[in-house]
Design a protein around this ligand. Structure first.
Ligand SMILES: Cc1cc2nc3c(=O)[nH]c(=O)nc-3n(C[C@H](O)[C@H](O)[C@H](O)COP(=O)(O)OP(=O)(O)OC[C@H]3O[C@@H](n4cnc5c(N)ncnc54)[C@H](O)[C@@H]3O)c2cc1C
Length: 338
């Protein structure tokens, strides 16, 4: 029997690792290049919303998600005011990326995948190559992501979302009892040592109560992470691109990780068919692009259109007013955005 053609994956985040695992289960040789190492902290709110049950089953994610903490409620705040607590129709899974990525990397290697860490590859198109190298950045973008784990910070419920001036911040209770605080901020001229920078940004965004709560908590050493120059929306590419490399959904949706997993699930069959000698690379690529566009185009456009309402002071006032009068269609928006 002919050996299957190998697939090369650039990027060992959620999309790259879960695709690698799915291809190994289909008997495909996989070489994956990750520029970093495991475990590592990442800028991420660390709660997964809108992950379809079919994706959990097909990617065999149940054992990985068994280590996650399910949350059913999100408390929404505008500045210091608790606007509303939303009950989610399905639980969001809270899990540290420090744990999640390392577990997937271990599973990938155990399944026979060839993993090269500290291996940075130019994300250029090539036959048999899949791009899963994550969020694109542009130094001209004003958006900065900051995250930190802390202990001793009680929450109103499992998840909190705070809207500030040109900023929003998610808090999420993790399985080990620590709280992840992760925010998206418009960059300002603030210079502080890394763990204190988040507090300074909260103050500058008018989130003073949250800054005080953070100051009273204990940071988990080494857990801070920062990322500048973030870009949102769909990106054009001539290579098969998954997860954030395909398009970055604004983080307030808590849906970026679900998209990374879903895109890997949608990619696995066309890529495995090519690897086993069915058809050529352009045909596999065409099928893959069609599947991804059908699944994610509307979601990415809708979330990108909603994004300014959560960041700019005037639209935020409108959102706050609507939330106070229970006139915000949160359930419908959640369906549209996941
Ligand atoms: C502020 C913020 C908060 C967020 N909060 C949430 C949330 O609460 N819930 C949620 O679901 N999503 C959230 N997200 C989005 C989520 O983090 C991403 O959607 C998700 O990580 C995408 O997974 P990925 O595999 O596509 O990319 P990544 O997880 O970014 O993985 C890409 C990998 O590729 C590697 N890489 C990059 N370039 C190269 C190269 N040239 N060669 C080799 N390797 C390379 C990187 O080191 C990285 O490991 C948030 C994002 C931000 C910015």
């Amino acid at each position: 029997m002919n050996r299957a053609r190998p697939v090369e994956i650039i990027g060992g985040g959620l999309a790259g690792l879960s695709l690698g695992l799915a291809l190994r289960r289909r008997g495909v040789p996989v070489v994956l290049h990750e520029r970093g190492a495991y475990p590592r902290h990442r800028v991420c709110g660390e709660f997964i919303r809108g992950l379809p049950p079919a994706t959990i089953v097909e990617l065999e994610l149940a054992p990985v998600l068994a280590a996650a903490r399910p949350h059913r409620h999100i408390a929404w705040f505008w500045r210091d005011e608790n606007l509303r607590t939303q009950r989610l129709s399905a639980p969001a899974f809270a899990i540290s990326r420090h744990t999640l990525d390392a577990t997937l990397a271990e599973n990938f290697q155990r399944a026979g995948g060839e993993l090269h860490t500290a291996s940075r590859i130019d994300p250029l198109a090539a036959e048999g190559r899949v791009l899963a190298h994550g969020r694109p950045t542009d130094p001209r973008s004003p958006w900065l992501g900051l995250k930190l784990h802390v202990r001793g910070l009680p929450l109103a419920c499992g998840l909190e979302m705070h809207l500030g001036e040109h900023a929003y911040v998610g808090l999420c209770e993790l399985p080990d009892g620590a709280v992840n605080i992760c925010g998206l901020f418009r960059r300002r001229e603030l210079t502080r040592p890394a763990p204190e920078l988040l507090g300074a940004y909260l103050e500058a965004a008018g989130l003073t109560t949250l800054a005080t709560r953070l100051a009273a908590a204990t940071p988990v050493e080494g857990s801070h992470a920062a990322m500048a120059g973030l870009l949102f929306g769909r990106h054009a590419s001539i290579a098969p691109s998954l997860g954030d490399a395909l398009g970055m959904i604004p983080p307030f949706t808590g849906n970026g990780m679900a998209i990374a997993f879903e895109s890997a699930r949608l990619a696995a069959d066309p890529l495995a068919a090519w690897a086993h000698g069915e058809g050529n690379w352009p045909a596999a690529l065409g099928e893959l692009q069609r599947r991804l566009a059908r699944r994610f185009r509307t979601r990415l456009s809708a979330a990108t259109a909603c994004h300014p309402f959560l960041l700019r002071p005037e639209p935020q006032r409108w959102v706050a007013r609507a939330a106070r009068h229970h006139a915000l269609p949160l359930a419908a928006l959640t369906r549209l955005l996941s």
